[in-house]
Design a protein around this ligand. Structure first.
Ligand SMILES: Nc1ncnc2c1ncn2[C@@H]1O[C@H](COP(=O)(O)OP(=O)(O)O)[C@@H](O)[C@H]1O
Ligand SMILES: Nc1ccn([C@@H]2O[C@H](COP(=O)(O)OP(=O)(O)O)[C@@H](O)[C@H]2O)c(=O)n1
Length: 227
C-alpha cells in the first residue's frame, strides 16, 4: 500500500494536564479526523493488571498480562469509549488508583513495544482522511515520520490548575503532587518536556481553550500546505 492511502498523521505529545486529550479531540472534530488517545491504553492495561490482582511493580507479571489484554478504543471524536473485554472502563481508568500505578505499567519495555504496534495499527485503520494521535512519545517513537508533529506545553502552574479544576474528589494540593510525581516518573522513560527536532511547540499557558485549538489547526494547515 502506498503511503498516501494512510490517513494524515498528526502526532501530539505533552505532559499531564497540557490539554492533549481535550485539544486533540476538538481539533479532530473540527477537521473531520479520527482521534486516538494513547494514554487510555496504558491506563486500561493498569486497570486490567489491578483487576487480575497482579502486582503493578512486577514487570514480568505486567508483561504477562498483555496476553489476556483485550483492548478496544473508540476513535470517533464524538463517540469516545474504552473497553477491556466486555467491560466499559471509560470512566474507571481516570480514577486516582489507576493514575497512581500507570507510570509503573508504562515503563515496562514489553508493554511499550506491544502498545506502540497497536497504536500504529489503530491509527492507520481510521476511516477519516486524517488522525490526531496524542500521548508522550508519539512524535518521537510511535510516529517520528508523522506529517505533523506538535509538542503541547503549558507551565506547571497552569497544568495543575486546569487538572485540579476537573477533579473535585481530591484537594488541589494532592492533585498537583500526583501530577508532578507522574510527570517525573514518565520523564525517565520518554522525553516529552522539550520538542525533538522538527517538532513544533504550542505553548497554551496564555491561550484559552479555543485559541489553543486554533493554534494547533494552524500548525496542521501550515504543514499540509507545505507538502
Ligand atoms: N488552553 C486551555 N485553556 C484552559 N483550559 C484548558 C486548555 N487546554 C485544556 N484545558 C483544560 O485543561 C484540562 C486538562 O486537559 P486534558 O486535555 O485532560 O490534558 P492532558 O490530556 O494533556 O492531560 C481539561 O479540563 C481541559 O478542558
Ligand atoms: N504515549 C504514551 C501515553 C501515555 N503514557 C503513560 O500513560 C499515562 C497516562 O497517560 P494520559 O495521557 O492518560 O495522562 P494525562 O496526561 O492525560 O493524565 C502517562 O502518565 C504515562 O505513564 C505513555 O507512557 N506513553
Amino acid at each position: 500500500m502506498s503511503k498516501h492511502s494512510y490517513p494524515l498523521f498528526v502526532a501530539i505529545d505533552g505532559p499531564a494536564g497540557s490539554g492533549k486529550s481535550s485539544v486533540s479531540r476538538a481539533v479532530a472534530r473540527k477537521l473531520g479526523y479520527g482521534y486516538l488517545d494513547t494514554g487510555a491504553a496504558y491506563r486500561a492495561l493498569a486497570w486490567h493488571v489491578l483487576a487480575q490482582h497482579i502486582d503493578a511493580q512486577d514487570a514480568d507479571a505486567v508483561a504477562g498480562a498483555l496476553d489476556t489484554f483485550d483492548y478496544t478504543i473508540g476513535t470517533e471524536p464524538d463517540a469516545y469509549f474504552v473497553r477491556v473485554g466486555q467491560t466499559d472502563v471509560t470512566d474507571a481508568i481516570r480514577e486516582p488508583q489507576i493514575s497512581a500505578v500507570v507510570s509503573a505499567i508504562a515503563r515496562v519495555p514489553a508493554v511499550r513495544t506491544h502498545l506502540t504496534e497497536l497504536f500504529r495499527t489503530i491509527a492507520r485503520a481510521v476511516p477519516q482522511p486524517g488522525v490526531v494521535v496524542e500521548g508522550r512519545d508519539i512524535t518521537t517513537v510511535v510516529a517520528p515520520e508523522a506529517e505533523v508533529r506538535i509538542l503541547l506545553t503549558a507551565t506547571e502552574e497552569a497544568r495543575m490548575a486546569r487538572r485540579s479544576a476537573e477533579i473535585s474528589t481530591q484537594s488541589a494540593h494532592t492533585v498537583a503532587e500526583q501530577l508532578r510525581s507522574r510527570d517525573r516518573a514518565d520523564s525517565q522513560v520518554v522525553e516529552f518536556m522539550s520538542a525533538a527536532d522538527g517538532v513544533t511547540t504550542v505553548d497554551s499557558t496564555h491561550l484559552d481553550f479555543d485559541q489553543t485549538i486554533d493554534a494547533v489547526v494552524e500548525v496542521i494547515n501550515t504543514a499540509r500546505n507545505s507538502q
